[in-house]
Design a protein around this ligand. Structure first.
Ligand code: HEM
Length: 346
């Protein structure tokens, strides 16, 4: 009797699984709760979302990425950051890709993004290829998430099963972009609060900051540390002396705001744990990097040390945290749309 009811239960469960909305069409949205955001699984996203509707999706993304990163190695970093700046503003909904229009105040104009966020042409190239092969199927938000994962893997970082099925927003939030994305001179409390608002904890904060193992920052993002960290015309005392001297040559007291310096000068295009080792040596580029260690929060301080010691631990947590960040408030079911062109609503 027990065995029979187990069989029946299993049959019902698999029937329910199979009856999930087909990948090519929006689901009914019953009980899927779009917009919940934060931690935990579910969210209605599925790694197999395009299995039948666009099975080549990841191959196409990766082939465009390979060429783009070969042309310009920094592009991997730029695309990883794009996903972060998308997800922290009304969820991972490609709002960051929308241009100014009669109804849209573009997030591209925000303080964190202006003259800084990049990679839009690569997203366009991927979208164009996907529209040829499976028109109207793959959302811009999923493309950004796939590009972030692909860029991580192609840079030597971890891989993960990426839940898919995000739909694209019909709105953007310029104020959200200004208020939710932490500035480079953030205190540790500031960082913890802004991550918590997205349902992300200290382990997510530290591991995701490890995204700074690739890419660069402009002088304007770290100038304060060199010349006037606390309003007393003194450099940040936590900066290692030789590193400080080097940075001053790239980033003079006046001018040079767009000069760039690697976030991880030990290996700027390799995804590894040297970012954390540099922090231990006082060679983190941004205040927000160094305060993970010096901010007097035991949890983040300890995690910097753990990830500096053990790269595989960092990789594991980074993958977990990327999935969590990618699950922030997705639009699913009949919410949002699949944009034809990532720059504009349909
Ligand atoms: C913890 C809070 C964070 C702060 C305060 C922060 C701040 C910054 C700043 C100021 C830059 C340089 C921008 C410029 O000067 O133009 C930058 C670059 C970058 N950020 Fe972050 N970031 C944070 C978290 C993240 C996260 C979570 C990721 C991804 C997982 C990420 C990935 C990147 C990458 C890859 C770059 C280099 C981009 C390029 O070279 O084009 N950051 N970040």
């Amino acid at each position: 009797m027990v065995a029979l009811s187990k069989v029946i239960l299993a049959l019902v469960a698999s029937a329910l699984l199979l009856s999930r909305p087909s990948a090519a069409h929006p689901g009914l949205g019953f009980g899927w709760g779009g917009g919940s955001g934060g931690s935990g699984g579910g969210h209605g996203l599925l790694p197999e979302y395009y299995l039948y509707s666009c099975p080549q999706v990841n191959d196409i993304v990766v082939s465009v990425l390979e060429q783009a990163i070969e042309r310009e190695p920094r592009m991997a970093a730029s695309l990883l950051r794009l996903h972060f700046h998308d997800c922290f503003v009304q969820g991972c909904d490609a709002s960051v890709l929308l241009d100014d229009s009669a109804t849209i105040a573009s997030e591209k104009r925000s303080q964190p993004n202006a003259n800084s966020l990049r990679g839009f042409e690569v997203i366009d190239e991927i979208k164009a290829k996907l529209e040829e092969v499976c028109p109207g199927i793959v959302s811009c938000a999923d493309i950004v998430a796939l590009a972030a994962r692909g860029s991580t893997v192609l840079s030597g970082g971890p891989n993960w099963e990426l839940p898919l099925g995000r739909r694209d927003s019909r709105t953007a939030s310029l104020t959200g972009s200004n208020n939710n994305i932490p500035p480079p001179n953030s205190t540790i409390q500031n960082l913890i609060t802004l991550f918590q608002r997205q349902g992300l904890d200290e382990a997510d904060l530290v591991s995701l900051s490890g995204g700074h193992t690739i890419g660069v920052a402009r002088c304007t993002s770290f100038k304060q540390r060199l010349y006037n960290q606390n309003g007393n015309n003194q450099p940040d005392a936590t900066l290692e002396r030789n590193y400080y001297q080097d940075l001053k040559t790239v980033c003079p007291r006046s001018g040079g705001d767009n000069n760039i310096s690697p976030l991880d000068f030990a290996s700027p295009v390799k995804f590894d744990n040297s970012y954390f080792k540099l922090i231990l040596w006082g060679k983190g580029l941004l205040t927000s990097d160094e305060v993970l260690l010096t901010g007097k929060v035991g949890k983040t301080m300890n995690l910097v040390k753990v990830y500096a010691e053990d790269e595989s631990h960092f990789f594991q947590q980074f993958a977990r945290s990327m999935i969590k960040m990618g699950n922030i408030s997705p639009l699913i079911g009949f919410n949002g749309e699949v944009r034809k062109n990532c720059h504009h609503v349909n």
